[in-house]
Design a protein around this ligand. Sequence first.
Ligand code: ADP
Ligand code: MG
Ligand code: MG
Length: 204
Amino acid sequence: VQVLQVEQTVQWMDKTNTKIQENKEYLTTLDQAIGDGDHGINISRGFQEVMNKVSGQAYEHVADVMKDVAMTLMSKVGGAAGPLYGTAFLKLSMTFKGQDVDYALFSQGIEDALNGVKQRGKSDTGEKTLVDVWSAVSERLKQEEKFDGSVLEETARTAMENTKDTLATKGRAAYLKERSIGHLDPGSVSSFYLFEAFAEVINE
Ligand code: ADP
Ligand code: MG
Ligand code: MG
């Protein structure tokens, strides 16, 4: 794709929702190991509500979809992940507002979303949170010049897998200190599904 269309954006959310529903138990298991065991429940409820909200609606711009996604996640998802994902989509909607989303604008949007999440979570790259996946994707987008699904999927997957070996210094997992090492970060896994879904949409 050259320019991300509204229809593709809705597909992106739909595919993300499908992956999250299919992996709800897995996400919960991951959060049981280093958190409070609700990430699968939180995020699956959130994306189901997102699809209830956005499917069948006539949107003019990609930004309008992103805004509904943001509002839904913020209002329907409890815990840390709801406001963090909500912030990410709100930033995307602000950066994309009223415009065609070409590669450069998408890349800018992801960078702005990343910075919004960092600010909201008072977190940075390397703290074993979903920020690790968003920052890897953002960095990679800046290095490329056009949409490439396999590059994005690979980048997000590697960043997600790398959270296994790191020490958590933010979120509930941080309470475990060294015992957080050896477990994947649940939020990084849900963010991986989001970017894997995006990669599938742009590859189609
Ligand atoms: P909670 O931890 O409140 O139960 P969830 O289980 O839904 O919320 O989400 C946990 C995920 O949120 C973590 O795996 C991590 O990726 C992310 N997270 C938690 N705290 C922060 C933070 N301060 N900054 C960035 N991401 C965070
Ligand atoms: Mg949790
Ligand atoms: Mg919780």
